[in-house]
Design a protein around this ligand. Structure first.
Ligand code: NAD
Ligand code: TYD
Length: 339
């Protein structure tokens, strides 16, 4: 089988490529990635010499480049991870989110229609459901929860999801969608909560917690997400949406305190800063459907996953130190200096 993985130089796509090549030796894996600020070739260094693997630098919005790749490789399956993924950046500049997340999805699916594939899988997010109130712990997102987005990021992902379902209904494209909760683990770009707090704590820098730190996210170890996607592309039903998440709800402040504890750093580093605009309160996934239909359950408990993640950041300092020493500095100053 030949599979194109877009956005494979990013956090989850990179983990997926490592997972997939180990799990399915002999399958051909092509990573198509534009290498934006979030793409990092060193994430793929361990597989660059694998004869089953090919890296192609291209933009998913570039129709000519995408079609050329389809012509060369004749993929069976396309898994689309490529996206602008950071909510704070989408608040600053929504345009590139609409371009990559919606138009890029259209271009990829048009190529799938033209050349024929057995499956197009869209990697989406629980953020398309909006948020849940903190005082209703009995409520969860199911696949039937209405789309109700808050940020330009989640709106662009929701737009793409609707387009994917439209391509199924209108053209019969064999699609599936997964909507996952917050991931954490190795190769996570240090603009996101967990890696940012680990990197700052290790450098004895302030730990910027938005608002009061009471917002809740449902955390999933990235490898559990990769396993879910692999199951969906093999056994999932065409035209269906699958929620992926594992009842691992945590308040932001509790995560930051845990990171301080694990690293032996003082909680006095914690600094409360101006809240994010439109900040979603709580995300929580009901994974009943993927459990019942595909037998998926998360395998890594948060207590173990966060230890593994911190260990990885300690052992792979060159990976993230290179990132935070470059263009990231300008981003950090812009986002946090006057916050
Ligand atoms: P990321 O920002 O770490 O990586 C995105 C990758 O896409 C980068 O390698 C980047 O270079 C590439 N890319 C961006 N624009 C591109 C373009 N126009 N053409 C080709 N490549 C392009 O993102 P991530 O956290 O790994 O997220 C991957 C996917 O999973 C996204 O679609 C995101 O919406 C979704 N998702 C993420 C989470 C999470 O917790 N991080 C949770 C649920 C769903
Ligand atoms: P983030 O990792 O950006 O993921 P998302 O917004 O997609 O859930 O943020 C996770 C939570 O952490 C969110 O409630 C915002 C909060 N947060 C902070 O408090 N401080 C920070 O510096 C960052 C990046 C996030």
């Amino acid at each position: 089988m030949t599979i194109i993985v877009t956005g494979g130089a990013g956090f989850i796509g990179g983990n997926f490529i490592h997972y997939y090549l180990k799990k399915h030796p002999g399958d051909r894996v092509i990573c198509l990635d534009k290498l934006t600020y979030a793409g990092n070739l060193s994430t793929l260094k361990p597989v660059m010499d694998n004869p089953d693997f090919r890296f192609v630098r291209a933009d998913i919005c570039d129709r000519e480049a995408v079609e050329k790749l389809f012509e060369e490789e004749k993929p069976d399956v396309v898994v689309n991870f490529a996206a602008e993924s950071h909510v704070d950046r989408s608040i600053e500049n929504p345009e590139i989110f609409l371009q990559t997340n919606i138009i890029g999805t259209e271009v990829l699916m048009d190529a799938c229609r033209k050349y024929g594939i057995t499956r197009y899988h869209q990697v989406s997010t629980d953020e398309v459901y909006g948020d849940l109130p903190l005082d209703r712990p009995d409520l969860f997102f199911t696949e039937k929860t209405p789309i109700h987005t808050s940020s330009p990021y989640s709106s662009s992902k929701a737009g793409a999801d609707l387009l994917v379902l439209a391509y199924h209904r209108t053209y019969g494209l064999p699609v599936t969608i997964s909507r996952c909760s917050n991931n954490y683990g190795p190769y996570h770009f240090p603009e996101k909560l967990i890696p940012l707090m680990i990197a700052n704590a290790l450098n004895d820098k302030p730990l910027p917690v938005y608002g009061e730190g009471v917002n809740v996210r449902d955390w999933l170890y990235v490898e559990d997400h990769c396993r879910a996607i692999d199951l969906i592309i093999r056994n999932g039903k065409v035209g269906e949406v699958y929620n992926v998440g594992g009842h691992n709800e945590m308040k932001n402040i509790d995560i930051v305190r845990l990171i301080c504890k694990e690293l032996g750093k003082p909680e006095s580093l914690i600094t409360y800063v101006t809240d994010r605009k439109g900040h979603d309160m709580r995300y929580a996934i009901d994974p009943t459907k993927i459990h019942n239909e595909l037998g998926w359950l998360p395998e890594t408990k948060f207590a173990d996953g966060i230890k593994k993640t911190i260990k990885w950041y300690l052992e792979n300092k060159e990976w993230w130190e290179e990132i935070i020493s470059g263009e990231y500095q300008n981003y950090y100053e812009k986002m946090y200096d006057k916050r």
